[in-house]
Design a protein around this ligand. Structure first.
Ligand SMILES: [Zn+2]
Length: 140
């Protein structure tokens, strides 16, 4: 199970969705996934290095309802080639932004721990973010 920390009460659907989707994955190397609100959209997956033995994920989105829907543009691969194209992510709510971001950051973790296929690139992490958001929308 993913150890969710931060504003977990405000992201119950996100947590429920990922707990179900990721139930067969190993998160023993992920110290926590922090979900919280802040002025802008921001996500990071810290890899272990010298003094740290675990991965850490942080995802932040703007809480203000007036900011939604909002559009962010990301690079993805064109038909799984090396050519990149731009794709718009439309977030209706802060929770949808967090779902996309968390998918992106989880891809980095899952790829680094060899639990998912692909290469650990930004484009492929973006594609996983789009996939997770689309699944999330179908889930609810
Ligand atoms: Zn990334």
């Amino acid at each position: 199970m993913i150890n969710f920390v931060g504003e977990t009460k405000k992201f119950k659907k996100t947590i429920q969705f990922y707990n179900e989707k990721m139930k067969n994955k190993d998160f023993s190397l992920l110290k926590f996934a922090q979900l919280y609100f802040g002025p802008y959209l921001y996500g990071v997956c810290h890899f272990p290095y010298t003094k740290r033995s675990h991965y850490v994920i942080k995802c932040r989105a703007n809480e203000e309802k007036t900011n939604y829907p909002t559009i962010y543009t990301f690079n993805v691969r064109l038909n799984k080639t090396y050519n990149l194209i731009q794709k718009d992510a439309i977030y209706q709510t802060a929770e949808e932004a967090i779902v996309w971001l968390l998918g992106h950051e989880l891809f980095h973790y899952l790829r680094a721990t060899q639990q998912i296929k692909g290469k650990n690139t930004e484009a492929q992490a973006n594609e996983f973010g789009f996939k997770c958001l689309s699944e999330f929308k179908n889930y609810y």
